[in-house]
Design a protein around this ligand. Structure first.
Ligand code: ADP
Length: 325
């Protein structure tokens, strides 16, 4: 517009056949037109801003049920797309936060329940002893032994809780290195021989290349093996627990196979959840915390692999995971 006016003024001074009066009219018309367009654009901008503000305040007050309800006029359609994307992202963030809050509440509920069980039991035995059972030689020792067992369960639970919270808050730092697989497994198995003998179970380490080296955090992988072998022994009443390594190209698969009670198909997917147990009473009676497999899963995943399980009720189970070699 300004260029146009300047052009006309230039024309008038350059002696072209336009009279000065006409020129002034034209300039005035152009200035008015410019003013109208300015007013029109200003109003349009105000209306657009009002519309955007309305949509934003509706999002803030949660007035939209779905992104489809968000509408901006034609020339704001690009912005409408952006706002819809932002709305969907906010919705999914909120849903995630709600889910996490629910998991946290459930977890706290589970922890309180798990802590209450041994504490109540210990309290019960001590009270009974104080109320006279301490002088009854037929029960006093067994009550003390039971109270002691519950303190051991409590301490195992606290250790597992510390591990889980360290793992989940990202505080568990892994120290990766190569180590000898045979020495590693042999040492762990030696620890479990008394427990296997107590239950009359065979504990077998299948032959393996004694020079095989595997790569990982030895301490944490030891924790994985201890949890899996302990479970295999706990949930097997007769037969054997077999540990072996299957060699694969750049990795190997470590498996722990038992001839125990097995796990029903519908529980298989859930056994890695915190506090999930197939048979709560049996697990608790055996000092299980319900956190062992959740810890195993986290550690194996921190090594970049997945823990797997196959099982047949009444026949046995096989837990396995891979490591780099
Ligand atoms: P728990 O301390 O109860 O053993 P885990 O997290 O180690 O907790 O295991 C979760 C559940 O998975 C157990 O309560 C048990 O029901 C089932 N489970 C784990 N290992 C075995 C196994 N080798 N044989 C049969 N059931 C098993």
């Amino acid at each position: 517009m300004l260029t146009c006016t300047a052009f006309l003024i230039t024309l008038s001074f350059s002696g072209e056949p336009l009279t000065a009066r006409y020129l002034i009219y034209i300039i005035l018309c152009l200035l008015m037109l410019q003013a109208f367009i300015g007013i029109f654009l200003y109003r349009k901008r105000k209306r657009d801003l009002r519309e955007i503000k309305e949509v934003i305040s509706k999002i803030i007050t949660n007035s939209y049920k779905s992104a489809e309800e968000i509408h901006l006029r034609g020339d704001l359609s690009e912005l409408q797309k952006e706002i819809k994307t932002m709305f969907l992202k906010t919705q999914s963030d909120i849903a995630n936060l709600k889910r996490l809050e629910q998991i946290r509440t459930e977890f706290l509920g589970n922890v309180s329940h798990e802590l209450r069980t041994p504490i109540f039991a210990i309290q019960g035995f001590i009270e009974t002893l104080l109320n006279g059972a301490i002088d009854d030689s037929s029960v006093n020792r067994s009550f003390l032994a039971k109270a002691n067992q519950h303190t051991l369960n409590l301490s195992a639970l606290l250790n597992d809780l510390i591990d889980i919270s360290m793992i989940e808050s990202g505080e568990m730092l892994l120290s990766f290195r190569y180590f000898n697989a045979y020495e590693f497994l042999e040492e762990i198995i030696q620890e479990f021989i008394p427990k296997a003998q107590e239950k009359n179970l065979s504990l077998i380490l299948l032959p393996l290349d004694s020079s095989l080296k595997i790569y990982g955090d030895k301490q944490r992988l030891r924790q994985v093996m201890v949890n899996l072998i302990m479970n295999a022994l706990k949930y097997t009443d007769a037969g054997s627990v077999t540990i072996g390594i299957a060699d694969e190209a750049e990795r190997c698969r470590i498996f722990i196979r038992d001839t125990g009670i097995g796990i029903p198909a519908e529980d298989l997917k859930r056994v890695f959840e915190r506090f999930y147990r197939v048979d709560k009473d049996r697990s608790r009676m055996m000092g299980g915390t319900g956190l062992g497999l959740a810890i195993v899963k986290h550690i194996v995943e921190a090594h970049g692999f997945k823990v797997e399980v196959t099982s047949e009720p009444g026949k046995g189970s096989e837990f396995s995971f891979r490591v780099k070699k």
